[in-house]
Design a protein around this ligand. Structure first.
Ligand code: MG
Length: 406
């Protein structure tokens, strides 16, 4: 067979390839704004590509995962973390014959709603927006892809499929929020969404350890107190004796990744079999997570996470970075709310409506006419949440230290 593939041919391939509990593209609940099918890309393949081409995706390159960019240039950013999560999600989805395109789209989008400065940034915006419903990066991710991205004249946002959109809400602890209402009757998360969620923890547990070692926040001697690390090191010494220092570090990190992925695959396959899951409906109705680790690896991961919390996330340099980021966002928030004229025009339109702005609106792209009008605080929160770390720092300097040459 050498003819170019069509969407119909791809859907037929999915029928033959996917496990009965995988989500087939043809069974999707579709998009909010109806669109014609693409000649050679499935719904989820288009979702994946829409995420990669959107502005918020590119901005993840300048957003903190745990460590801000100024500290060094080889540790993870939000974007490289996302690529690691996506790679893991694809590997696991393919091995279990799940819908790899859907798992990939969910993984690529999973952190798109994170504000600058990591969790400190989220805390800062949550405090600023407390009287207006607070801030949650999952709900903001949904808002980003549903409303704030501007790529099509016909509709706001990226118009992603129901299954990719619902994954934002399933991650969110605020299921009583109004945005969650349309997803309430759809049942539990699909296996593809559960995978993206669980491999996120494989990626960050492993790469935070690696980054912290690389930056000298912790040493390999200290990690000898962590059972997961020492047991992974024993496995490395068994198959590749004689390693030490840097080569040992990368080998143990690789071993930790491989161990978690293998354990996840085996345990998930066992759970699917023992719960007798035979359809997407069975997945939706399952009342416990089907994707997960064995109790042994869960316990080892918990030990590593305790260590990371004590020794890395509370390291004085991390605390200083996050305190700084928090202060920058809170100060900017107060300043924009006090002087809304400082906001860029398109954000201002979402608060005032197009008519209140002097000057002709861009034809076909008037944000206020495309999305609902929001309160000023919410508009300011959206603007700040979209920024990269660096842009927030520059904006802070521009407003408060104008004499500094940039
Ligand atoms: Mg993540």
């Amino acid at each position: 067979m050498s003819s170019p593939i069509t969407t119909d041919a791809w859907l037929a391939f999915e029928d033959g390839w996917l496990a009965p509990y995988a989500m087939p593209s043809r069974a999707s609940r579709g998009r909010k704004h109806p669109e014609t099918d693409h000649p050679f890309r499935s719904l989820y393949q288009r979702d994946r590509e829409r995420v990669v081409h959107c502005t918020a995706f590119r901005r993840m390159t300048g957003k903190t995962q745990v460590l801000v960019a100024s500290v060094n240039d080889h540790h993870r950013t939000r974007l490289t973390h996302t690529l690691e999560v996506t790679q893991l999600a694809r590997t696991v989805a393919r091995r279990l014959r799940l819908n790899e395109d859907l798992a990939e789209a969910i993984a690529l989008a999973h952190d798109i709603g994170h504000p600058p400065f990591g969790h400190a940034g989220e805390d800062a915006l949550d405090e600023c927006l407390k009287p207006h419903g607070g801030f949650d990066h999952n709900l903001f991710g949904l808002r980003r892809v549903d409303e704030l991205e501007e790529r099509y004249p016909q509709f706001p946002g990226l118009n992603l499929s129901f299954e990719v959109r619902e994954a934002f809400v399933q991650h969110c602890g605020r299921t009583d929020a109004a945005e969650c209402a349309e997803f309430r009757d759809s049942g539990g998360p699909l296996l593809e969404a559960q995978i993206a969620d669980v491999v996120d923890s494989i990626a960050y547990d492993t790469h935070d350890t690696d980054d912290a070692l690389g930056l000298g926040f912790i040493t390999m001697d200290e990690l000898c107190r962590v059972e997961f690390w020492t047991r992974a090191a024993e496995r490395v010494h068994a198959h590749t004796p004689g390693l030490s220092d840097g080569p040992l570090r990368v080998a143990v990190v690789r071993e930790l990744l491989a161990w978690q992925v293998t354990d996840l695959l085996e345990e998930t396959a066992n759970r699917i079999a023992s719960a007798n899951v035979r359809s997407v409906e069975d997945v939706r109705n399952a009342n416990t997570p089907l994707v997960g680790f064995t109790p042994n690896v869960r316990c080892l991961k918990a030990g590593l996470e305790r260590f990371l919390h004590q020794r890395v996330y509370k390291h004085h340099r991390v605390l200083r970075m996050t305190a700084n980021g928090k202060r920058i966002l809170q100060t900017l928030f107060a300043e924009y709310v006090r002087s809304p004229a400082l906001l860029p025009e398109k954000h201002l339109r979402r608060w005032t409506g197009a008519d209140a702005i002097i000057g002709p609106p861009p034809p076909g792209w008037v944000t206020a006419a495309r999305t609902r009008l929001d309160g000023l605080e919410r508009v300011v929160g959206d603007y700040l949440a979209g920024m990269t770390d660096r842009f927030a720092q520059l904006e802070y300097r521009r407003l408060f230290l104008p004499s500094i040459e940039l």
